[in-house]
Structure formats: structure tokens, C-alpha cells
Design a binder for this molecule. Structure first.
Ligand code: ZN
Length: 861
């Protein structure tokens, strides 16, 4: 799965679940997990699905062959929302079935005890097709030929039980054969290629797919619709892109990249992709989780797969590559070798998020994705600094907690720790360790030490010790630098967004692989554990920026480093700005240090560094109250800080410039418009009205026009969004409207997001974006809807509502969000609420304590 977070100036495309604490009562031992009692161990599923798309219902027949380890009088399996119409074991009708909805289980009582050994369980059942994006769901969209409906499944982590009765736990792998009855004029897709198609009466056809290898249930896929497919052979595998009719031009880029990636991964992992085909399928909208790595049939939100050469931007090109590479990495990390339980989800997600960067650096070094990954590290650290954080390896007991494990700690901290470890052992040795792991555990399940002991064996370094320090304990290490006798002294502590929250927390230490670089000397590696003395004057600590830690310098040293900003590496420049702002927000150091570093960036610094600088200024700006004189002063200062780089980048593209320069130009333009540069706004309006310029120009112009819209402009854009039959274009316009500055229009956008006019699956992303643009107006508009049912999958709604509240600095919002949690979320799943409360408090402290220091810096520069 891919969290919606993307690289680049706009950190949030849609949503990312906030970091959240594990429930206090839960222990990470197997006996408290809500797992099935072992009555029958499945070996093979033969599943027949008969959907009735029009009436949003489906029938199913499933035959499970498996072994009873001992004699039993009942069989317990997962089934949720399904009605079991007929159940037989070895041809004998069952005595009865009891459903346990809260646990998502069915208990089948047998007519006579079953002996230990092989059995055959057959179930006929029926269930609903949903209109959300989890389980088996319908997704509608407009097309030039009229309304269209597709069906698809999206099952991670625990939604397979809503599509077929089975053993819905990652460790209980079995082979699968799918048969599906679909309209004769549609195409059907599953994990495996179709083996046989036969016509049925009533305009239907029956498609039987080949048998899969042993796989976990959450990776199952079925989809059908008015699709087209383009494909090519790569290393003996049929790689296909599947898309709604008419989108062929938008699918070419993904086919070229998926083909290159499959070959690259076959080489990297040392175990070739094991299925005969790999389809990458574009939903005609957005799905929960962003995109899903079903084995052999990856299902993508449309923007994660389709690249329109006429309308897509450079940032979107890179994003398509990153999500394609992320989900394809899962075909090994997750699908071929699967975590034994959800507590080790980081093995899947941390790795896929790390591998997306690794693959991009290998195949498109000009994008400098390794440098852009600083945003991933930063997201992980910010979440990990919250009071409500948790260790990477966290206890997971219930289905709700399994879903909430898909958070920034699992993805971003996970990827950061893996990046640090790869750097520590060296890329070649690290890859050798990964190859040994793949070979040893293919088609099976693992825990993290299975991987890290292989890496340690080839590395000859204490890899397991470092890994344990960073995955078993929560929190971001803070390395304090103090002037020493002949250099500096380093001391470890813990960084927290609210330092007062650490009172009473026992001191922590980590083994941190750390690069230190004295001025004019080559960087040296140390393994910091507690404290160390580093010789040499004014050294840069965490040179290269890959250690998962923040560094706090004394004022004189911070000043000396700021003077050297222009000569430091791009990663060091980003890292110094990021640490300075985080330390400033939380009161460890003056917040203005961030501006001291930023102001010394030369205009010719890496575009990726400037993208981060622009995002940082926007971030600081968002802390000021709307319309306040202090915000006006800050904006004038921010424009001054951007003047030189704006001039250097220029308004028009230069021939042969790097793609990241185009992204920076758009980002500078948007920021300048936000900060009140009248010429930037006027130019956007001109370009938008004339519909001229490059795709990047037109997109930036759309965003600026929407951001600065009055009611008439808002209405005009809305009419355009409603009229288009291209779901991607519709999504783009709504997404731009969600950024509108005017609070009253922001409130209207919230109403629209909850209504029928927005594209399928778009509501969460739109609410998040509106929440960032106008936290309090968006909340006020959302609040009256909270008593009813939001058009968002239930568990996702908890995260979305918390996310909107989290942007506020108003203490009243704490009471609001706590009341929402108490009314709607079970006590053991209120982790997003805690996280939102932490964010609201931080926003208040930043306003009170950090902004005055920023104001003083702006006034004196
Ligand atoms: Zn993923």
C-alpha cells in the first residue's frame, strides 16, 4: 500500500495517517492477538464470484481444501458482512453457523466430529458490493459514452473476509483459483492470467484464472470493467497496463517504467518475479490506501499510474514512477516474502518506501530522488517526535489496529532506518543480504530478525544492535553538540515536539551510525552510543544527513555552519534547515536559525534544496493567524528571501534544463502568489484565461487562480469540474479548489467534498487539503456532518477527521476532536485523536513562542 504522501513542495497530496500510540494494555505476544483458533489449515481456495454490479450484491461459492491438525467439532474462519447460505464439510451439511460480527468470524458447527487430516469445506454465500473503496466495491465514473461502473477489490489488511470466507491472516498462505462471471462485453482481471473463458446466458461470460502460488489472502484481487490493456514481455513475464477505455496515451509511460523496473528488480533481488504476468491496473478514481500491491494485479489510484503527456507535470511523472516502483517492490517484499503478522508491517512498507527511492536513483539519477528522500526522513522524525508516537515494531491486536499500523512511523521512519543501515553496511553488501533473505524465505513468512541477521552475516557489523535500538524504542535521538577541549563533545538524548512530555521518561540511548566532518577534512564514521568526543574545529555532525537523529549545535557553531552554507552538500543544507525549524518549533533553539540557514542558500543551489526551502517558508506562513499584520510582514520578508532564486530560475523554461528546475519554477510561482506578489497572481490569471504555456505553467496557474478565487471564479471552476468527463481532470480542479484562501469558499468546498459531484474516492484528500488551507473554517463546515455517515470508509474517516482538526491552533479544537473520538471510535483505536491533540498544542506553542523570534529576524533583515 502507498500512503498518499508524496515528495515535493506540497507534502500532502491526500492523507497520511497521523502517528499514533499503541494501546497501553496490549502486549506483543501471540496469545492476545485476535487470531483464529487452528481448526483447519487451508492449503487451497477454489473461489467462484458472481457479482451483480447493478444491484450492488454478489454471490460466491468457495471450496477450501486443508488439513485439520487434530479432531475437531467446529471450524472457525473469517467472514464479515457475508451471509453463509449453505455449508458442507466433505459433502456433509454443517449443523449450524454462528457469525461473530465484531471479530469478523464465522463459527461452523459440524454435524459430526472431523478427524485429523485432509478435509474439503464448501460454502455458498452472498454479500454486498460496497460503494466505498474497501472489500468488493463499485466505482462509477463519467465517460464520453455515458456513466460507467467498475468493480474491484481492495483488501489490505483485513477486508478479504468481506469478499470470501477464509483464513484472513498473512501467515496462513494458500494457493488460490478464481472463477468470475462478468458481463460479456467487459474485461476481468485476477492475480493470475485467465486460463479459460466460456459464454454464459444473459450476456455474461465465465472467466477461470490459472492457479496462484501460495499467497496471503490480503493480496487477492478481482476486478472487472470497460478496460483496455497494453503489454509487453519482460524477462519472460507479460507486463500489462490496464486502464479504462480511452486512456491508452496515458498508459504508455507506466508500461515503459514498469518494464524497466521488473528487469531491475529481477536483478536486485536475485529471485526472478515468479508469476507469469504482472498487471498494473488504474482505478477510474482514488482508492483507500492510494494503491495496492495485489500479487500480479496491482491496483492504482488513477494519478499513481496514468501520465498524460499533454497535461501531467514533471512532479507527477516522478510520482507515477515512485508509486509504480513502490508497489512493484512489494511483489517481493510483502507478496513473495510476507511479514508473519501486522506488527512487522514495516518489513513491507518501510522497504517499499526505501526501495522506491533506490530504484529511482538507479534508473533516473537526474531526479536526485535520494536527496528528495530527505522529505521522507523528515516526515518520519516529525511523527516520531509526537507524544503519541510508538516503536516501529508495535503490538497489533485487533483489525482496527492493523489498519492503523499503516502510518508514518511504519513507512517513513521504517524507510529512514533502512536507508541508514544500507549506508552503514554499504550498498553491495546490503543487497547481498537482501538476496540471501529472499532466497531463504520465498513463499513464506518472516519477522524482522530474519532479514537483519542475513544482512549482518554479510556486513560484519552490529546491524541487529542498531536495528533493534531504532525499531524497539520510540522517539528521535537528539545529538547535543558542546564545545570540548580539542573539538566537540556529543551527547545523546531524545527529541520531542513537546520537551515537557519527556519528564519522567527514562533516558534512552541508541547505537547511531554517524558521519562527522571536520572542516576541510574527509568525513569519518563513528558508531555513537551515549556520548563521544570528536576532535577538530566546527565539525558538521550527521554529515550526509542519513543518520536518523536531530543535531543541536551551540549558537556559535550554528552561526559558523550558516556562514558555510554555500559550500555544504545539498543533503547537509536540507538537513540543517529541517533540524533548525524542528528545534525552533519546540523551543530547543531560536526558530530564526532556520531562516539564518535558508537566507544563505546560493540561488544556484540544487533545485531540490530550494524546493524544501520554499516548502519551509510556506509551512512557517501557515502558522500565522489569517489576515494578521505579523503574517503580512512575514510574507513580505519571505518574498525578499525568494527574490534572488526567482530571478535565477526565471519565468520561462530554458532548453535542456533538469525536470526539477521546472518543478521549482512552479513552486516558486505558487509561493510568490501566496505571499502576495501581485505580478505572480496576474500572470497566473493571464495564462489560465488563455490556456497557454507548458503543462507545468497551466497547472501552476490553475492552482493560483483557485487559491486566490473569489465566489465568481470559484463557481466558474466548479462548473468546469462538473462538466468534464475526464475523472483525472475533475480531480485536478477539485484539488486546486480545496486550496482556496477564502474561508467561506473553503467551507463550500467541504460541503462539495461530502457530496455527489466529486470524483470517486476524492473526499479524504479534499478534506485534508481544505483543512491545511483553512483549519477552522473547514472544521466548522465538517462538524455538522460528523453525527451522520460520511462518504468515507469508517476507519479512514477517523483519520481524516482527526487530520482536519490537527491543523488548528485553537484549544477549542482539542475538546471538539476528543468529543468526536469518544462518540465514534472504539477506545483501543483512538490513536489518531491523540496525535491530533498533540499537533493542535504544538501549533499553539509555535504561535506563542516561535513566531515572535521569526518576526524579529524578518524585521532586522
Ligand atoms: Zn506499500
Amino acid at each position: 500500500m502507498q500512503l498518499f504522501r508524496v515528495l515535493g513542495a506540497c507534502a500532502l497530496l491526500g492523507f497520511a495517517s497521523p502517528a499514533v500510540a499503541a494501546p497501553k494494555a496490549a502486549k506483543p505476544s501471540a496469545d492476545v492477538r485476535q487470531v483464529l483458533p487452528v481448526t483447519l489449515v487451508p492449503a487451497h481456495y477454489d473461489l467462484h464470484l458472481m457479482p451483480d454490479a447493478e444491484h450492488l450484491t454478489f454471490k460466491g461459492e468457495i471450496t477450501v481444501t486443508g488439513d485439520a491438525p487434530k479432531p475437531t467439532t467446529r471450524i472457525v474462519l473469517n467472514a464479515k458482512g457475508l451471509t453463509l447460505d449453505a455449508v458442507t464439510l466433505d459433502g456433509v451439511k454443517a449443523a449450524g453457523v454462528t457469525l461473530e460480527p465484531k471479530l469478523g468470524r464465522a463459527v461452523i458447527r459440524l454435524a459430526k466430529p472431523a478427524a485429523a487430516g485432509p478435509h474439503r469445506l464448501a460454502i455458498a454465500y452472498h454479500g454486498p458490493i460496497t460503494t466505498g473503496t474497501l472489500g468488493l466495491f463499485a466505482m462509477d465514473y463519467d465517460s464520453p459514452a455515458g456513466k460507467r461502473r467498475t468493480l474491484a477489490t481492495n483488501l489490505e489488511p483485513t477486508f478479504a473476509r468481506q469478499v470470501f470466507p477464509g483464513w484472513d491472516e498473512p501467515a496462513l498462505k494458500a494457493t488460490m483459483t478464481l472463477t468470475a462471471d462478468v458481463p460479456a462485453d467487459q474485461q476481468a482481471y485476477g492475480n493470475m492470467p485467465a486460463a479459460a473463458t466460456t459464454p454464459l446466458p444473459g450476456g455474461l461470460k465465465r472467466v477461470r484464472f490459472a492457479q496462484s502460488p501460495r499467497m496471503s489472502t490480503y493480496l487477492f484481487f478481482f476486478g472487472s470493467g470497460d478496460y483496455e490493456r497494453i503489454h509487453q514481455q519482460v524477462d519472460g513475464v507479460d507486463v500489462g497496463i490496464v486502464f479504462k477505455r480511452g486512456d491508452m496515451a496515458k498508459a504508455q509511460y507506466a508500461l515503459s517504467q514498469a518494464s524497466a523496473l521488473l528487469h531491475y528488480y529481477n536483478g536486485y533481488f536475485g529471485v526472478p518475479y515468479p508469476l507469469p504476468k504482472l498487471d498494473l491496473i488504474a482505478a477510474p478514481g482514488q482508492i483507500e490506501g492510494g494503491s495496492m500491491e495485489n500479487w500480479g494485479a496491482i491496483f492504482y489510484s488513477q494519478d499513481h499510474l496514468l501520465f498524460d503527456p499533454k497535461a501531467s507535470t514533471e512532479r507527477e511523472r516522478q510520482e507515477v514512477f515512485l508509486v509504480v516502483s513502490h508497489e512493484m517492490a512489494h511483489q517481493w517484499f510483502g507478496d513473495l516474502v510476507t511479514m508473519a503478522w501486522w506488527d512487522n508491517l514495516w518489513l513491507n512498507e518501510g522497504f517499499a518506501r526505501w526501495m522506491q527511492t533506490h530504484a529511482a536513483d538507479a534508473l533516473h539519477p537526474e531526479w536526485k530522488t535520494g536527496l528528495q528522500a530527505a522529505n521522507i526522513f523528515e516526515d518520519g522524525k516529525r511523527t516520531d517526535a509526537q507524544t503519541a508516537t510508538h516503536p516501529v515494531l508495535q503490538p497489533v491486536v485487533t483489525a482496527e489496529q492493523a489498519l492503523q499500523a499503516f502510518d508514518s512511523i511504519t513507512y517513513d521512519k521504517g524507510a529512514s532506518v533502512i536507508t541508514m543501515l544500507e549506508d552503514y553496511v554499504g550498498a553491495d553488501r546490503f543487497r547481498d543480504g537482501v538476496r540471501r533473505y529472499m532466497k531463504a524465505h520465498a513463499f513464506h513468512n518472516t519477522v524482522d530478525s530474519d532479514l537483519w541477521s542475513e544482512v549482518q552475516a554479510v556486513a560484519g557489523k552490529p546491524v541487529l544492535q542498531v536495528e533493534r535500538d531504532f525499531t524497539r524504542q520510540a522517539g528521535v535521538p537528539l545529538i547535543k553538540v558542546a564545545a570540548g577541549k580539542d573539538g566537540v563533545e556529543l551527547t545523546e538524548g531524545r527529541f520531542a515536539e513537546d520537551p515537557a512530555s519527556l519528564k519522567g521518561v527514562p533516558p534512552q540511548t541508541w547505537h547511531i551510525p554517524l558521519m562527522v566532518a571536520a572542516r576541510r577534512a574527509a568525513p569519518q564514521r563513528i558508531l555513537l552510543a551515549g556520548s563521544a568526543a570528536v576532535p577538530g574545529g566546527a565539525p558538521l555532525i550527521n554529515a550526509g544527513g542519513l543518520a536518523y537523529a536531530r543535531v543541536a549545535y551551540p549558537p556559535a557553531l550554528a552561526g559558523a555552519l550558516a556562514e558555510r552554507m554555500g559550500e555544504l552538500s545539498a543533503m547537509d543544507q536540507i538537513n540543517l534547515m529541517n533540524d533548525a525549524w524542528a528545534l525552533g518549533e519546540s523551543g530547543y533553539a531560536p526558530a530564526s536559525n532556520a531562516l539564518a540557514f535558508l537566507s544563505r542558500l546560493p540561488p544556484e543551489a540544487e533545485p531540490v534544496v530550494w524546493l524544501r526551502a520554499v516548502a519551509l517558508l510556506t509551512d512557517i506562513d501557515s502558522n500565522y493567524p489569517t489576515g494578521s499584520p505579523a503574517r503580512a510582514a512575514f510574507r513580505a520578508g519571505a518574498l525578499k528571501l525568494l527574490d534572488r532564486v526567482s530571478g535565477y530560475v526565471g519565468a520561462a523554461p530554458r532548453p535542456d534544463e533538469a525536470g526539477n528546475v521546472a518543478s521549482l519554477r512552479a513552486s516558486l510561482w505558487t509561493a510568490r502568489a501566496r505571499f502576495g506578489d501581485a505580478e505572480a497572481v496576474a500572470r497566473a490569471r493571464r495564462i489560465f484565461a488563455a490556456n497557454e504555456g507548458s503543462a507545468a505553467d497551466r497547472r501552476a496557474a490553475l492552482v493560483i487562480v483557485a487559491q486566490t478565487a473569489d465566489a465568481a471564479t470559484f463557481d466558474a471552476l466548479l462548473a468546469r469540474a462538473k462538466a468534464t468527463q475526464d475523472p483525472q481532470e475533475k480531480a485536478r480542479i477539485f484539488s486546486a479548489l480545496a486550496r482556496v484562501d477564502d474561508p467561506a469558499l473553503s467551507a463550500r468546498l467541504v460541503e462539495l467534498a461530502l457530496g455527489p459531484d466529486v470524483p470517486a474516492g476524492a473526499a479524504p484528500g479534499l478534506l485534508f487539503t481544505a483543512g491545511i488551507a483553512n483549519p477552522d473554517a473547514a472544521w466548522a463546515a465538517l462538524k455538522p456532518h460528523l453525527a451522520g455517515k460520511l462518504p468515507i470508509d469508517e476507519e479512514e474517516a477517523w483519520i481524516v477527521v482527526s487530520g482536519v482538526a490537527a491543523n488548528s491552533a485553537d484549544p477549542q479544537r482539542i475538546a471538539d476532536i476528543e468529543a468526536y473520538g469518544a462518540a465514534h471510535i472504539p477506545p483501543d483505536a483512538r490513536r489518531p485523536i491523540e496525535s491530533a491533540v498533540g499537533s493542535i498544542k504544538l501549533n499553539g506553542r509555535v504561535r506563542r513562542d516561535a513566531l515572535p523570534d521569526i518576526d524579529r529576524w524578518i524585521a532586522s533583515h
